[in-house]
Each structure stands twice: as structure tokens, then as C-alpha cells.
Write a protein that binds this ligand. Structure first.
Ligand code: ZN
Length: 362
């Protein structure tokens, strides 16, 4: 029964986690069960779904941050200690707010997911962002448990068990000393804030491939497949494929402008697809596969026109032919706005393997 329980936890907590969860010293069981659901840039910052930078910190940076810990906090966070039950200062905290990592300030748990487990340690049924916690198998002290650590600084937080309340059925059992509480309305520490992002929209044929490629561009926080520029509300893939809704398959790119510029995204976009093909990309034929950029303002329009002018003037490779990319204003409401595609289209190549072919380099 106990073994079954552990396996159940492993299955629950590993199914939905990203590729970077498979890195590090996880147990073979966890590694095997971890599925890659998100493409992570090979070199460049890693972001969570909530736009926090979670690139693993260097040992030097961790040592520097650790200077701010008390001896008890260091024992727990750095050397996997456990505080005595019913002794932590956050056990009975009923205030609304967010519990951040005591070492690196990454937000980890919300008061909305806190419950009274009766165990003597602060307990939560889910993290604020699945990307912010990592899981290791722990067989110390003659027990088989699943340890939880901060995804960014690897600081020890506690353990997770499968006897929690709904909706997850999980109990994240925390040490108060591993956490710092920031009450609602108070400003979190600088390292606890998400990056300020911008959004851009690109249609370049099948969105599976375009999404996967953008996801690998350093500075891209998230790439999401969807439909844009049509005249039907809430379009489905079936409707868009039938080709009469006017939508294009489009990727919404959420990016960190401090790390990558709009111009660099444009340059990537023109490498990822062949902008000289009208209403098609290779074998994919139809208006929904048209080359299109939806712009937010005049600066973006100018940047697109400038790059198209440069590529066309070069006349190299495929640019001996005219670029047919449409430039249209990005609607923020109505049927022409961006509609997120069905869940099974998201992170398609990361989950299913394979990749759409790139057009030849110029
Ligand atoms: Zn941390």
C-alpha cells in the first residue's frame, strides 16, 4: 500500500512537469516518469509559466544569498533539515498572501492553497506555479518519501504526500524556515517578481513548428498556438482547417524585452518560415497557413517594414521572390483577436517528438 502510495504521488507530480525537471539529481523513477511538455532554450534564461526567471542559480550565487540565512534556516534549506512539528512561525498564519522561497524569493505557495493538515507543518495542496517546485526521491531515515525543493535555488522545502485534499489530493508539507511570507498588498522582494513581458503575434504556417522554434529563442517566456485574424468567435481547429473562418494559425510570443528585441524575434520569424509562399508553407496549403504578422503599434509596423525591405533588397536565396507577408493590426477584442488553440496543440512537438522542416537557409 505504501509503495503504491509513493508511486501514485510520483505519477501525479511528474506527469505535468517540464523538461528541466528531468535535470539534476532526481531518482531514476522520477526521471523515467517525467514527460517533456515544454521546449527549453539550450542556452538562455529559463522562465516559468508565470514569467518568473527560474534559471538554476550558480553555487556562488547561492552561497552569496545564504549569507542572509539564520543558522536554523541554513540547516533546513541547505542541508535538508526539518523543523520540529508545531514550532514553525507560519503554521497558523491565516493571512492572505504568497509564501516565497526564503533563500531566493521565488514565489512558491499561495494562502489560497493552504490548509490545516493537523501534522504540525504548514501544508498546501498545490504550488503557485508547477514550474517553481522540483521533486527528488528521498530514502533517508528509512522512509520512502518525495522531497520538494525550490526549482531555482534547489533549497530544501519539505516533502509531498498523496493524502491531501481536493482538487490535487496532494499535501505539500513545508518547513516555515524555508519560506518568507509576503502579505497581499505588500511588495515582494525584487527576486520574487515576474519579468515585465511584451507580446508579439506571428503566423508562419503550421503553428506546431513555429511555436516550438520560438520557444527555443533565448528571452522568449512562452509561445502559445492559436488562431487570429478571422471573423468567427471561438474558432475550433476543425473550423479553421475547413478554411472558411478567415483565421490564420498564429503563435503568440510572450517575451522578455530586456533579453530579446522585437527585431530579433522578426529575424527569427523570417528564418523559421518561407515568407515568399502565398497562403501555404510547403505541403500545408490554405489561407490559414498564410504568412502574417499582427502588430501592436507603429513601432512594430516600422520594424517589420524595415526588415522586409532589407531582406528583399538583399535578393538572396528565396528573397529573389517577393515577400508576401501580411502586416495587420492586432485586434484585442472581437472575432479577429487571438484565440488560444485547443490544449492538444500546445507544446505539440515537445510532447509528441518530431519537428516541422525548416525552409532552406539563405
Ligand atoms: Zn529558492
Amino acid at each position: 500500500m505504501k509503495v503504491f502510495g509513493i508511486l501514485l504521488i510520483l505519477a501525479l507530480v511528474t506527469t505535468a512537469f517540464a523538461a528541466f525537471h528531468a535535470r539534476g539529481p532526481e531518482a531514476p523513477e522520477i526521471k523515467r516518469m517525467t514527460t517533456t511538455v515544454r521546449t527549453i532554450p539550450k542556452n538562455g534564461p529559463i522562465y516559468s509559466r508565470s514569467a518568473h526567471e527560474i534559471t538554476p542559480l550558480s553555487p556562488e550565487r547561492i552561497a552569496e544569498l545564504a549569507k542572509g540565512l539564520t543558522a536554523e534556516e541554513a540547516r533546513i534549506l541547505l542541508r535538508k533539515g526539518t523543523e520540529p512539528a508545531f514550532c514553525g512561525n507560519l503554521l497558523d498564519n491565516k493571512k492572505q498572501g504568497v509564501y516565497h522561497c526564503r533563500l531566493c524569493a521565488l514565489p512558491l505557495f499561495s494562502s489560497h492553497a493552504k490548509f490545516n493538515s493537523g501534522t504540525g507543518w504548514p501544508s498546501f495542496f498545490q504550488p503557485v506555479d508547477v514550474d517553481h517546485v522540483r521533486y527528488y526521491k528521498d530514502e533517508s531515515h528509512g522512509m520512502r518519501r518525495v522531497e520538494i525543493v525550490c526549482a531555482r535555488c534547489d533549497g530544501h522545502l519539505g516533502h509531498v504526500f498523496d493524502d491531501g485534499p481536493r482538487p490535487t489530493g496532494l499535501r505539500y508539507c513545508l518547513n516555515s524556515a524555508s519560506l518568507q511570507f509576503v502579505e497581499e498588498g505588500d511588495e515582494p522582494p525584487q527576486m520574487g517578481l515576474p519579468v515585465k513581458t511584451k507580446v508579439a503575434y506571428f503566423g508562419g504556417g503550421c503553428f506546431w513548428g513555429v511555436e516550438d522554434r520560438f520557444q527555443q529563442v533565448p528571452g522568449v517566456v512562452d509561445a502559445i498556438s492559436g488562431y487570429m485574424g478571422g471573423h468567427v468567435e471561438k474558432p475550433t481547429y476543425k473550423q479553421v482547417c475547413a478554411g472558411n473562418t478567415g483565421h490564420a494559425e498564429v503563435v503568440k510570443v510572450v517575451y522578455d524585452p530586456a533579453r530579446v528585441t522585437y527585431r530579433q524575434l522578426l529575424e527569427s520569424f523570417f528564418r523559421f518560415h518561407d515568407a515568399t509562399q502565398l497562403n501555404r508553407q510547403g505541403p500545408d496549403i490554405g489561407e490559414q497557413y498564410r504568412s502574417v504578422i499582427f502588430t501592436a503599434d507603429d513601432a512594430e509596423i516600422d520594424a517589420v517594414k524595415q526588415l522586409i525591405h532589407e531582406l528583399q533588397a538583399s535578393g538572396k536565396g528565396r528573397y529573389a521572390r517577393p515577400i508576401v507577408t501580411q502586416i495587420l493590426p492586432a485586434a484585442t477584442s472581437g472575432p479577429g483577436r487571438f484565440w488560444e488553440a485547443e490544449e492538444y496543440h500546445q507544446d505539440y512537438h515537445a510532447r509528441q517528438g518530431g519537428a516541422c522542416p525548416m525552409p532552406p537557409e539563405d
